[in-house]
Write a protein that binds this ligand. Structure first.
Ligand SMILES: Cc1cc2nc3c(=O)[nH]c(=O)nc-3n(C[C@H](O)[C@H](O)[C@H](O)COP(=O)(O)OP(=O)(O)OC[C@H]3O[C@@H](n4cnc5c(N)ncnc54)[C@H](O)[C@@H]3O)c2cc1C
Length: 552
C-alpha cells in the first residue's frame, strides 16, 4: 500500500506532505512487553568472541556487527521512528543458516528478531540488543504451471523476495498473485498477518491463496504445513512425523509473524493475468469558499462499495490534509481486473455517472502494467492506526469525526494527518470467519482504513504528539470492527481482541504447543504478555559487538 506510494497526478493535485526522513531515530525502549529472561548484551551469559567466530564460520551467509558499514543500511526501519539497534545481524542465505541461527540463539538464550523487509510499523522485526535474523538474501522462486493443487499453477517463494520481483517473474508466464501493493514489502510478515492486495477483492487475502508453509521451529526442526496435513522433520534425527492436525496452518493464516517459527518459504496459488483498467478520481475535501464538496464524493463511493460494487474492482481511497490549510484532498485509486466495458466494469457506473469529469480511466495490459506506476517513497516517521470498516459504518457521525481528524488543528501540534482505505470485501468475504485465524472483521468488512500522523523527525517520539494520536486511534476504532494486525498502532489497550476477535485463545494454545519455550516474541504478538519459562545460562563474558542496556 500506500501513503508512501503516489502517482504523478496525486502529487500534482494534492499538497500531500508526508514527513520523511532517512536517518535512524531509536526510542531506546524495549519493544516487547513479555516479562523476559533472555540473555542480554553486557551479561556474562552472552556468547564469547570465539563462539561468535565459530558460528559465523559455519554460515553460508555472514554476520554484520554495529561497526560494519552495512549495519545502518540493514537495520533502518521503513518507519524510522521504530529503528532500533540489534547486537548483531545474521544475513542468512539458506534454510540451513536459519536453523543454525535459531539453535545458536536458543543455546545462549539471546532474544532473536526476524526481519524480511523491515516494514513493520511498530518495529516488531527489530530490537535493541537482539540477534537479528535478516532474510532479505533468501530470494528463491519456483513457478509450477502444472499443479494438482490449483488449476492456474502455484509459486513457491522464499521470504526475502520483494513483491515487485515476484510480479515481474510471474508476468513472464502470464500469471499474477495476491501480494502487497508496495513493491518493497516482503512475503514474511505480510502473509502471516493476512495480506491484502489491490486485486484482493477478486482473489481474496494472501492467506486465502496460501497452499503450503515451510517453517523452522525454535528447536531447529522443519515443519511443512498445509490445510490437509502437517509434516514435522526432526532436525537432530531426520525422523518425519505426519499428522492430520492442521492447527498450525490455521494459526499461520493471520496469527502474525515472529510467533510460531521462522517461515523460510510460502507456496501460493497463482492466477491467470488479465487486462485491467485503472481509474483515478479526485476531489477536494473543501473548496476555496470552504464548501464541503468531499463528503458527497466519499459517500457516493462508499455507499456503492458497501452494496453492489463487483469484486473485480479494488484499490484504495486516500485522504490527506493539505499542509497549512484547512482543506485537503480525496483520491480514489481503483482498478478493474478485467476489460473496460464488461458487466463487472459497469458496476462502478452509479459513481462514475456523477463524477466522470473528476476521473481518468486508463487501459492496462496486465497487473504488472498497472502495478508499475506504484512508487514506494521509502522512509517515513509516522504513527499508524487502523480499523476495519463494516458496511453501514460510514455514518454521519463517522464523517464528522473523520473531517475533524483530518482538518483540525491537532491541538496546535505540528502533525500532518492522512488516511488510506484499502478496499476489502468481495471474494475475501467468501471465506467463513473461523476458517483462518484472521480477525473476523476482515471477512465482513469493506475497507481496511489506516490513518497516520507524521511529524518532524527531530521531534520523533514526543509524548504530546503520541498521546494526541492515540486518542484519535481509540476513536477511530469505535467506527469499525477491530484492527488489521499488519497496520498496527503501538497504542492498543485491547490488542488481543482488536487483532483477532474471538480467535485469540485458540492462537495462544497453538503457540504454547509449537513454541513451548517461548523463543519467539514481539510487541502485541500472540503470547507476548506472558512470562517466559527460561532460566539464564551463565557463559563467558561477551566480546561480540557493543554493550546495550538490558531491557529484561
Ligand atoms: C510502505 C508499506 C506498504 C505496505 N503495503 C501493504 C499492502 O499492500 N498490503 C498489506 O496487507 N500490508 C501492507 N503493508 C503492511 C505490511 O504487511 C506489514 O508491514 C508487514 O509486517 C510487512 O512484512 P515484512 O516481512 O515485509 O516486514 P518485516 O518488518 O520484516 O516483518 C514484519 C513482522 O513479521 C515477522 N517476520 C518477517 N518475516 C518473517 C518470517 N519469514 N517468518 C516469521 N516471521 C517473520 C517479523 O519478525 C515482524 O514481526 C505495508 C507496509 C508499508 C510500510
Amino acid at each position: 500500500m500506500w501513503k508512501f506510494k503516489y502517482t504523478k497526478t496525486l502529487a500534482l493535485l494534492l499538497l500531500f506532505a508526508v514527513v520523511t526522513h532517512a536517518s535512524a531515530a531509536s526510542s531506546g525502549q524495549c519493544r516487547t512487553n513479555v516479562q523476559d529472561n533472555f540473555c542480554w548484551p553486557g551479561q556474562t551469559c552472552m556468547p564469547t568472541h570465539q563462539d561468535g567466530l565459530d558460528f559465523a564460520a559455519s554460515l553460508d551467509g555472514d554476520i554484520i556487527t554495529p561497526t560494519d558499514e552495512r549495519y545502518p543500511i540493514v537495520t533502518i526501519m521503513i518507519n524510522t521512528r521504530v529503528t532500533m539497534f540489534p547486537y548483531v545481524v545474521v544475513m542468512a542465505e539458506s534454510v540451513d543458516d536459519v536453523i543454525k541461527t535459531v539453535k545458536f540463539a536458543n543455546k545462549f538464550n539471546v532474544r532473536l528478531t526476524i526481519r524480511s523487509s523491515g516494514h513493520d510499523y511498530i518495529g516488531r522485526s527489530t530490537g535493541d540488543g537482539t540477534f537479528q535474523l535478516n532474510l532479505e538474501k533468501m530470494k528463491g522462486l519456483e513457478v509450477k504451471l502444472n499443479s494438482t493443487r490449483n488449476a492456474d499453477g502455484e509459486l513457491k517463494a522464499q521470504s526475502g523476495n520483494s513483491w515487485i520481483r515476484v510480479y515481474t517473474e510471474l508476468n513472464k508466464v502470464n500469471r499474477t498473485i495476491i501480494g502487497g501493493s508496495a513493491h518493497t514489502v516482503s512475503m514474511g510478515g505480510y502473509t502471516l498477518g493476512g495480506g491484502h492486495s489491490p486485486i484482493g477483492r477478486k482473489f481474496g487475502l494472501a492467506i486465502d491463496n496460501l497452499l503450503e508453509v515451510e517453517m523452522v521451529l525454535a528447536n531447529g526442526s522443519l515443519v511443512y504445513a498445509t490445510d490437509t496435513e502437517t509434516v514435522y522433520v526432526d532436525h537432530d534425527t531426520g525422523a518425519r512425523r505426519i499428522s492430520q492436525n492442521t492447527d498450525i496452518f490455521w494459526a499461520l493464516r493471520g496469527g502474525g509473524g515472529a510467533t510460531f517459527g521462522i517461515v523460510t518459504a510460502f507456496t501460493y496459488k497463482i492466477h491467470k493475468d488479465s487486462r485491467m483498467v485503472k481509474l483515478e478520481c479526485i476531489s477536494l475535501i473543501k473548496d476555496e469558499s470552504g464548501k464541503d464538496v468531499g463528503r458527497a464524493f466519499l459517500k457516493s463511493f462508499n455507499d456503492l462499495l458497501s452494496t453492489t460494487l463487483a469484486p473485480e474492482w479494488g484499490g484504495y481511497q486516500m485522504l490527506e490534509q493539505a499542509k497549512g490549510h484547512t482543506t485537503g484532498g480525496v483520491v480514489l485509486l481503483l482498478n478493474h481486473f478485467g476489460e473496460w466495458g464488461s458487466p463487472s466494469f459497469h458496476t462502478i457506473d452509479p459513481f462514475l455517472n456523477k463524477y466522470r469529469a473528476q476521473c481518468q480511466l486508463t487501459n492496462k495490459t496486465d497487473f504488472l502494467d498497472y502495478e508499475k506506476d506504484t512508487k514506494d517513497a521509502l522512509y517515513t516517521n509516522s504513527y499508524v492506526f487502523n480499523t476495519l470498516m463494516q458496511p453501514g459504518g460510514f455514518t454521519d457521525a463517522f464523517y464528522e469525526f473523520f473531517y475533524d481528524m483530518l482538518l483540525g488543528n491537532h491541538s496546535g501540534l505540528p502533525i500532518q494527518m492522512g488516511c488510506i482505505g484499502t478496499l476489502i470485501g468481495g471474494h475475501m468475504n467468501d471465506v467463513q470467519p473461523d476458517v483462518t485465524a484472521m480477525n473476523p472483521g476482515m471477512r465482513t468488512g469493506v475497507m481496511s482504513l489506516t490513518c497516520w500522523g507524521a511529524w518532524d523527525p527531530e521531534k520523533a517520539g514526543l509524548k504530546p504528539e503520541e498521546d494526541y494520536i492515540a486518542q484519535l486511534a481509540d476513536r477511530l476504532l469505535t467506527y469499525g470492527q477491530g484492527t488489521y494486525f499488519n497496520e498496527p498502532s503501538a497504542h492498543l489497550p485491547n490488542w488481543k481482541t482488536d487483532y483477532w476477535g474471538g480467535h485469540y485463545d485458540r492462537l495462544l494454545s497453538i503457540k504454547r504447543q509449537w513454541d513451548p519455550d517461548h523463543v519467539f516474541t514481539c510487541l502485541h504478538c500472540v503470547g507476548s504478555d506472558t512470562t517466559r519459562p527460561f532460566a539464564q545460562t551463565p557463559q563467558q563474558s561477551p566480546i561480540l559487538g557493543t554493550v546495550v542496556e538490558n531491557c529484561g
